[in-house]
Design a protein around this ligand. Structure first.
Ligand SMILES: NC(=O)c1ccc[n+]([C@@H]2O[C@H](COP(=O)([O-])OP(=O)(O)OC[C@H]3O[C@@H](n4cnc5c(N)ncnc54)[C@H](OP(=O)(O)O)[C@@H]3O)[C@@H](O)[C@H]2O)c1
Length: 341
């Protein structure tokens, strides 16, 4: 593989710091590495085994970079991703800013990674929403085998999904209790609570997070799947959980279902009720890369089957963010994209 020059915007963030770990593990052939940030400008941080100074993005010239990963939210993406592309870089954006643009591929490598081969010039590739990515890793093998007609989901999302300030806020509310200034990251106290709102409310009464899961499932997997989603924020530091109810055209016995899930790369089944084995965020979202699925139930009905299951994944380190972005980068490098400039 040819060596590449890489930029990371948001290297000091929750996702950025996990990107650093994943990149080291994947041993990507990085020559020049440049980090960008905001409040950490000028400080030296460790990233992918190197110690580097964080630079100001406003002065950035991306011209000598082959790839830039943006992990700094929608506002930064809206200001700088296109500039990076016009400077000749292939951009992977973690925010939702470009995800619904029909000209921007939204990629989970195990599902639609082959779409990357169609890219013929520097452009933006979007990384999906964390709750969607872990859901689709489980839906994909089921859909291929027994055609999903509808999915109902309730999410239980960790505060790490809102970034480092939210993680600090939960810590303060639980352990410090007073003597600090609450940042009001959420509309209500999150400690000892469950908030049935992730992201802002839209005109149709759904939240934006709920609609992201619907839009992205349709874009990545199948536009014909009926979806109903409720997203909640829970006082868990890391690891999103989902209760999922799936209707299919074909009924599959539980054993067959377990087999197809186990043979899908990136999914691990943890399902042994006799031994209280099922995925939980504490046990299965600690810098883990797989998507964990358990509590699997399969019932035959007149129209096919109804499958109920429980999914847990590390939303920051795993498929929802760092791992998926690093895998997209790995694919682009293998396709030798920098030769398509
Ligand atoms: N957390 C998740 O579960 C998750 C999952 C999927 C996708 N995402 C997406 O990943 C991205 C990062 O999320 P996060 O959780 O890591 O957030 P975070 O912990 O709040 O970190 C934000 C990062 O963005 C940088 N940043 C902010 N404004 C900037 C600016 N004007 N110029 C350059 N850098 C700037 C910050 O740099 P400083 O520290 O220097 O200020 C920091 O490194 C977001 O787009 C988010 O939507 C997050």
């Amino acid at each position: 593989m040819n060596k590449i020059n890489l930029g990371i915007v948001g290297a000091s963030g929750l996702v950025g710091s996990k990107l650093s770990l994943v990149m080291e593990q994947l041993n990507l052939p990085i020559d020049q590495l440049r980090l960008f940030g905001k409040s950490t400008i000028g400080s030296v941080i460790k990233f992918a085994g190197r110690k580097l100074e964080v630079k100001k993005i406003d002065d950035a010239n991306f011209k000598d970079l082959d790839y830039v990963i943006f992990s700094a939210g929608s506002e930064v993406a809206s200001k700088f991703c296109k500039k990076a592309v016009s400077d000749g870089a292939f951009v992977i954006d973690m925010s939702s800013h470009f995800r619904y643009d029909e000209n921007v591929p939204l990629i989970i490598p195990e599902i639609n990674g082959d779409d990357l081969s169609n890219i013929d010039k520097p452009s933006i590739i979007a990384n999906p929403n964390c709750s969607t990515a872990q859901l689709l890793m489980v839906l994909k093998p089921i859909h291929d085998m027994c055609k999903i007609t509808s999915v109902d989901v309730a999410t239980y999302q960790a505060v790490s999904g809102t970034g480092k300030a939210a993680t600090q806020e939960l810590y303060n509310q639980i352990y410090i209790k007073e003597g600090y200034e609450d940042q009001n990251i959420y509309p209500k106290q999150i400690a000892f609570n469950v908030i049935p709102q992730c992201d802002v409310f839209l005109e149709n009464d759904f939240t934006k997070e709920e609609m992201k899961m619907i839009w992205e499932t349709h874009k990545i997997l199948d536009n014909n799947i009926e979806m109903n989603v409720t997203c909640t924020r829970v006082p868990v530091f890391n690891g999103h959980s989902e209760a999922v109810f799936i209707r299919t055209e074909k009924f599959l016995k539980k054993n067959d279902l377990v087999n197809i899930l186990e043979s899908f790369n990136g999914v691990t089944v943890v399902d042994d009720a006799d031994n209280f084995e099922y995925p939980t965020p504490l046990e299965h979202a600690n810098d883990t890369t797989d998507v964990y699925v358990g509590r699997i139930r399969s019932v035959k009905n007149t129209n096919g089957g109804i499958i109920s299951l429980w999914i847990v994944a590390d939303n920051v380190h795993g498929k929802g963010a760092a791992l998926n972005a690093a895998q997209i980068l790995e694919r682009l490098i293998k396709l030798d994209m920098s030769n398509r400039k």
